[in-house]
Design a protein around this ligand. Structure first.
Ligand code: C5P
Length: 220
């Protein structure tokens, strides 16, 4: 058993993809499996924290002892996260939240017509983490940046713009990293400019490394 260094903390973790409804039978989503977020939830619980897990649709079982709130869309995730944020001392946003959703969810199945192309109009979803950054107070806020190009520059920009204490940057185009696999290759970035490179490791190990740093920030 690891250290109980998160006893007394309430850790809110988000995980998985969101689904954005297009019509009653279709949605837009992404390849997130939820594995990274669920690993963080289990690790935080093992280290003594109360854990609230807000999850998009995944095939995973919630770790025993965590409070699971299941959501589907980004807007539902926002509602659940904002409702739980007040009681959280640490928030870790590992979910792959859709940045855009169909501007209108059609009431009936969209039918094929004679036209060769169909144009969808998307509108921006709320950025939950940026909202949390604006009501931060004493909470520790950790974000994830899943990128396929310009990883460090993109991650640094999010860290600053969203007012985070740490961002976990992962290049989802590398084998052994990112969506669905059981391992990850990440770098941890901090507001003072430090970058910590971690080798490829299991998502459970990444979760513990990340929580080591979070526990350190809580004590600082
Ligand atoms: O979408 P983006 O790459 O900016 O996501 C970076 C971080 O922001 C992730 O931790 C993600 O969970 C969070 N996020 C969010 N709400 C969104 C989009 C992203 O909380 N609408």
């Amino acid at each position: 058993l690891g250290p109980a260094d998160l006893a007394g903390e309430t850790v809110l973790v988000t995980a998985g993809p969101t689904r954005e409804e297009l019509d009653p039978v279709r949605y837009l989503s992404n390849y997130s499996s939820g594995k990274m977020g669920y690993a963080i939830a289990a690790a935080a619980r093992n280290r003594g924290a109360r854990v609230i897990l807000v999850s998009g649709p995944t095939c995973l079982d919630a770790p025993c002892g965590v409070e699971l709130h299941q959501v589907v869309s980004a807007r539902q995730m926002r509602e659940a996260v904002l409702a739980q944020a007040a009681s959280a001392s640490i928030i870790i946003k590992a979910a792959a939240v859709a940045d855009y959703r169909p501007a209108q969810a059609a009431a009936q199945k969209i039918k094929k017509t004679g036209a060769e192309a169909l144009t969808l109009t998307l509108e921006k979803n709320p950025d939950i983490l940026a909202e949390l950054g604006r009501i931060k107070e004493q909470r520790i806020l950790v974000g994830f940046a899943a990128e396929t190009a310009d990883l460090l520059a993109n991650a640094r920009k999010k860290l600053t713009e969203k007012g985070l204490d740490m961002i976990v940057a992962n290049d989802v185009s590398q084998p052994g990293a990112g969506f669905d696999v059981d391992t990850n290759i990440v770098r941890l970035l901090y507001p003072d400019g430090r970058v910590e490179e971690l080798p490829q490791m299991s998502k459970d190990e990444v979760a513990h490394r990340l929580l080591d740093r979070v526990a350190g920030l809580r004590k600082a």
